[in-house]
Design a binder for this molecule. Sequence first.
Ligand SMILES: Cc1cc2nc3c(=O)[nH]c(=O)nc-3n(C[C@H](O)[C@H](O)[C@H](O)COP(=O)(O)OP(=O)(O)OC[C@H]3O[C@@H](n4cnc5c(N)ncnc54)[C@H](O)[C@@H]3O)c2cc1C
Length: 510
Amino acid sequence: MMIAYIERFVYENDVESMTDPETIEQNGDVLPLHGNVEFAGKDFGGVQSSKPLAVIKPSTTDDVAKVIRRASRSPHLTVAARGNGHSVSGQAMAHRGLVVDMKSVEYGIHVDPTGKYADVSGGALWEDVLKRCVLGHGLAPRSWTDYLDLTVGGTLSNAGISGQAFVFGPQTENVTELEVVTGNGDVLVCSSNLNPELFFSVLGGLGQFGIITRARVLLQPAPDMVRWIRVVYSEFSEFTRDIEWLVTRREGESFDYVEGFVFVNSDDPVNGWPTVPLDSDHPFDPTHIPRPAGPVLYCLELALHYKNEDPLSAVDKRVERLVGGLKFVEELRFEVDVGYMDFLLRVKRAEQQAKANGIWDAPHPWLNMFVSKKDIANFDRVIFKNILKYGVGGPMLVYPLLRSKWDDRKSVVLPEGEIFYLVALLRFCFPYPKALSVEEMVAQNQEIVQNCTKNGFDFKLYLPHYSSKEGWKHHFGNQWTRFQERKASFDPMAILAPGQKIFQRNWQPS
Ligand SMILES: Cc1cc2nc3c(=O)[nH]c(=O)nc-3n(C[C@H](O)[C@H](O)[C@H](O)COP(=O)(O)OP(=O)(O)OC[C@H]3O[C@@H](n4cnc5c(N)ncnc54)[C@H](O)[C@@H]3O)c2cc1C
């Protein structure tokens, strides 16, 4: 008997029989009905909303497969896997379709006795993976996102990037095997050797080809501590020269984490100088900003791992060797030593504060893009120093990634060239009179994208969102045919991830 749990079901023609108001029966499978569907009609972005027909809480991979097979017998039912709903443009929604709440699948997090990898369920939160691996085994995944209240399947459907990606590539490069339920309802294990086309399709595949129910995540020994450093630049050219030098050094000869962000050259508490210091004992002293300086400044953020037994003098020496040649403003250097888990959970602390201020639950019209190195200086001039000179009410990340760390057989599309920058405009809506409204933020995002296009910048949206097929075709460029062919193989009726708005549901009755 299927033990999938439907939180609420709106009865319509799709369901042949309802045995009682709280269950539906299909081919001997009973799906209990209950609860509310409201949460699955919203996401972190808070800009889109859409009501599903039902939210299903599967317990097993087999339950997930049964939901997809059930949908395939209907002419128009769609199925969206919902990880933690932290998308910003409705990507995990299914308008009048079925939402599968992946966090309810019982699989867990199993560290292999060799310590080389963990098998984790697609609905596991990265924070739980971190805690299980570090506290239980002294091990940790190699590649992260900045924030860990995201599911394994949710980030693997995009890429999963943070300051470790220049060494290990995105999270999609750090899994060696997946269990996937395809849009055909087949349960398949895949890797680069076994069902490789499915493996490469699903990673970065925006949920279009299958639902990831298990992933094999590579592990490494976890450090105990992290030296966390921020240094400030007034010149973008110096910032980019130094950050590119750090990410192109040989493995083991740089920091373990390298990111950067842009901030406003003012005392604005959410966009400016106060966002840089790492502890309250060491505030930002603006008298050290070189004159003249522009409307925005740049912060290089670094982290070096070490073990408890490493003498601090040795850690100091490694740090000084690396920062010695960098051209940041000497007096604007901030550093602290924190536990490894505290470092990885740093955004959770910001989340707690934002929740207390009520801004965590307000809309987040975020814009994420990859911009080629060849255009990043112009991007700084046209976008950061001009359109965004007052900030976005939250972090404006900018840091380089290396194309050679991304396997182009996977579904993510990138700009040309070995070095490209992640630009993440992580907007929060503040209840200040000067802050932009949500509509103005959305319009500003459009203005930025239009400016990039008008100036001929080589860029791709990350966590993309388009409302027309033309937009998607343009996004995938010469990968569009491959993407379509993969869809035709693994989800020919376009049942999966309708919230991405790439393909229209179609029906091929058998
Ligand atoms: C505060 C915050 C910080 C973030 N920081 C980073 C960051 O540092 N780096 C980064 O790369 N990203 C970051 N993101 C973006 C994040 O990685 C994506 O939005 C991700 O999709 C969210 O994961 P989720 O589990 O909430 O997925 P959802 O939003 O639930 O789903 C996203 C998409 O994946 C599909 N999907 C979900 N689960 C599965 C599955 N098991 N199998 C197949 N498809 C599935 C959904 O149908 C949907 O299309 C951040 C987002 C937030 C809100």
